[in-house]
Ligand binder design. Structure first.
Ligand SMILES: Cc1ncc(COP(=O)(O)O)c(C=O)c1O
Length: 416
């Protein structure tokens, strides 16, 4: 039986899919009626379906296929590694060459404060690791009461218990008895919805001060860290006003709390910089990574740990009781090394800033995007799930509105 889809008809695939497969973030009763779209292969920026459609993959898989489909170098890296050493664990004082190579390359491409990485298999696991590392850090500094982590309503940090708790998706919380204790949420910096009569600049500062207000309300001695995406992705592609991140950085510095940048979507060039924190000008203590780390060719994520945190964890911490069977998986690491090599060799990050951004900016300049449109488009945007609809007021969910918003958000990402 072919695994590519060519051995069965579309109807047969859909019947089997509906009979046996529980998809992520899916209403299965609805899906069984509609029938799943079967993606059989891909090349460059196009995906192909079992019934012969060719589709421009505007979402790059799930915001991850940064170098496009069909890159032989990555397949060959996986093949070579599978023959040489398909798996070995990184526990018990062992490691493998691809894990070492990848950690060294990451130390080169990430901001200067990062020399250490902990590998995971996904962004969610990276954020769970983040929670553990933050709490361990303060414990080691004899401040165990500093265990509250602040993140944002409508932020997305994954679907594990920790990741979904950090995230601010109320429908996810409601289904799972979340958040776990010690996670607090503040307003998302969404001027179109919350800005009222304020200018974007005024609102950016006001939204950031929600962090200060929350710290004051909780008691500064209890607050461990603030975690956020530089640009919110799954929550509706929300680009904060330019004044937001500098004020967030000031507050973290003033109160001495750790800052974590979730780079699972923004990392590896999406904003025209290697990392979103470089785009918004923040100086995080942690970065969580996944997606374009391997361009989605292998499941891999990681937590970058800054020197000031790593020195405490390493020098004072003893054994960190945390890890996964697939932490530093050699095939995933080998593929990620090949992916980063392509990103660097082909200058893709610089090209996003130099070529892609001006093109989008010019295209977007002609779009009639008003605050009214943007508000409704964010409401309409999003995977078929209902969470965005619940968290944004609005009306229409037509495809036109969706595409306007997607264009608008890209343009805004580049232009602001
Ligand atoms: C910002 C962000 N963080 C974390 C995650 C979770 O990553 P994963 O789906 O690999 O667990 C996602 C997934 O979309 C994300 O967008």
């Amino acid at each position: 039986m072919s695994s590519s889809g060519s051995g069965r008809s579309t109807q047969e695939w859909q019947r089997l899919d509906a009979a046996h497969y529980l998809h992520p973030f899916t209403d299965h009763k609805q899906l069984a009626g509609a029938g799943a779209r079967i993606i059989t292969h891909a090349e460059g920026v196009y995906i192909y379906t079992s019934d012969g459609q060719k589709i421009l993959d505007g979402m790059a898989g799930l915001w991850c296929v940064a170098i496009g489909y069909g890159r032989r170098e990555l397949a060959e890296a996986a093949y070579r590694q599978m023959l040489e050493l398909p798996y070995y664990n990184n526990f018990f004082q062992c490691t493998t060459p691809p894990a070492i190579e990848l950690s060294a390359v990451l130390a080169e491409v990430t901001p200067a404060q990062f020399q250490h990485v902990f590998f995971t298999s996904s962004g969610s696991e990276a954020n769970d690791t983040l929670i553990r590392a933050i709490r361990r850090y303060w414990q080691l500094l004899d401040q165990p009461e500093r265990n509250v982590i602040i993140s944002r309503w409508n932020g997305y940090h994954g679907s594990t218990l920790g990741g979904a708790s950090l995230g601010g998706m109320k429908p996810m919380h409601e289904q799972g008895g979340l958040p776990i204790p010690g996670i607090e949420h503040i307003e998302q910096p969404y001027w179109f919805e919350n800005g009222g009569e304020l200018s974007p600049e005024e609102y950016g500062k006001r939204a950031a001060r929600a962090l200060e207000d929350k710290i004051e309300a909780l008691g500064a001695h209890r607050v461990a860290a603030f975690v956020a995406e530089p640009v919110q992705g799954a929550g509706g592609l929300i680009i904060p006003p330019a004044t937001y991140w500098p004020e967030i950085q000031r507050i973290c510095d003033d109160y001495g709390i750790l800052l974590a940048s979730d780079e699972v979507i923004c990392g590896f060039g999406r904003t025209g910089k290697w990392f979103g924190c470089e785009y918004v000008g923040s100086r995080p203590d942690f970065m969580t990574l996944a997606k374009a780390l391997s361009s989605g060719y292998q499941p891999i994520g990681g937590l970058m740990v800054s020197d000031r945190v790593a020195s405490v964890l390493i020098d004072k911490g003893g054994e960190f009781f945390h890890g996964f069977t697939y932490s530093g998986h050699p095939v995933a690491c080998a593929v990620a090394v090949a992916n980063l090599d392509i990103l660097r060799r082909e200058g893709i990050v610089a090209r996003v800033e130099r070529d892609t951004a001006p093109t989008w900016r010019a295209a977007g300049a002609s779009l009639p995007i008003t605050r009214w449109w943007a508000r409704r488009a964010v409401w309409a945007y999003s995977p078929p799930s209902s969470w965005c609809r619940k968290s944004h007021r609005g009306a229409s969910s037509s495809r036109v509105v969706r595409s306007v918003f997607v264009c608008a958000s890209v343009v805004r990402a580049m232009a602001w």
